[in-house]
Design a protein around this ligand. Sequence first.
Ligand code: SF4
Length: 477
Amino acid sequence: MPLSAEIAILGHATRRMKTFTSCIRASSSAALVVDNMDQGSAFLNMNEKTQLSRNTQGRPRLAALRKTLKNDTIVVSTSSAQKSGLVINQHQATDNTKGCGSSSYSSTQMTPEDNLATIIRIIEDLKKEKQREESSYQNKFNSSPAMLTDKFGRYHTYLRISLTERCNLRCQYCMPPEGVPLQPKQSLLDSNEVLQLVNLFASKGVNKIRLTGGEPLLRHDIVPLIRQISSCHPDMQSVGITTNGLTLSRKLQDLIDAGLTHVNISLDTLQENKFLEITRRKGLSMVMEAIEKAANMLPSGRVKVNCVVMKGFNDNELKDFVRLAKHLPVDIRFIEWMPFNDNGWNANRFFSYADMLKCIQDEQNLERAIDSPNDTTKWYTIDGYQGRVGFITSMSDHFCGTCNRLRITADGQLKVCLFGSDEVSLRDAIRAGIPDSDLELLVEASIKRKKYALGGHGDMHGIKEANSNRPMTLIGG
Ligand code: SF4
């Protein structure tokens, strides 16, 4: 049985617990919990909702954890009452534990020495299994580092990091009118944590970073962050932002000086009244000014306007958007409307790639261009136009087969797929003080569990029905 779930052991109170400051593996659906009662606890539940949480108060919440855990979960705990040894409690373990080699690790009421021996045996078995998997990966995918390569051989070199959950607009397709509950600032990654993660991913091959939000320009440290990200690794090729453009004009020069290479500006209408309707705020003129300024300040091909198309709302504006590319060196991208929690997605208002093509072609002669290998966009050119026209067809014709994208949310959750509900808290792992080598294993395990397409939901109707994702604004797009 292949092993695919990764376990972090986060104890570091005693010398014995140091034995566990490493990542080990359990069976495909089992989770292992290590609870260090004196120094905090952490658990990683590798079932459908993966999460990593931590008790920093020094007292365990084992009872609460047990309630949370599913039948296929193993709990390993240490007790302050038994500091002299380790107590392992196997909690409703099922056959899944047999994923750890052929052994069974039932150990309730064992002596401390037996417990320690058992745990060491688990770790050794799991390390061997990991080595076997790694060498088979190397054989299969040659040079791609295991940490960033999923089980379909997709090598992930593009990391999107959300810097904030806040936004100065309230776009209909993104969140409900009242907004979404935001987390306190201390729950979000600070700039040191962002940089630690960027360095980790860059050291394994990520060479393209995009900063998103919320609205990333609301983050006060955006300029120094971009400066540090752009210089963190010699192979870093691209540092972009996705912004609503409201405040871009006045910050653009500083951002470019700091190392910003690409700008995507989200804009769904060119009409003032509709802008107000869809964003629930004013500001179209400021966005238009930002598009023009960015197009003049950055090389051609590095400024994109992203337009989410909805039937009956802005499908009659496609040609107007395309005309922007005639006079400015900006690429216009039309994005199929995607279902996210609470964004009111409705199949009747879905406007497909085919619909868009039909709508534009009768006036503007689109010619199919060549897309780059991991492109999400189907590109077209028009004779005499400075910019290109592209279509992001996630719903009608997904491009998951060449996906190289990972996401980190503002609160530090790694999301390996835009539509997957699995998350692993890199924030909690960092704050628990686990070393980068263990962070790498957490990341690798998550990537190995990535589904082939659309988070495993099949199609847009499956995504809508699952309703198991975050609102777009809390993912970062
Ligand atoms: S849906 Fe998931 S797998 Fe497909 S392209 Fe988007 S992130 Fe990648």
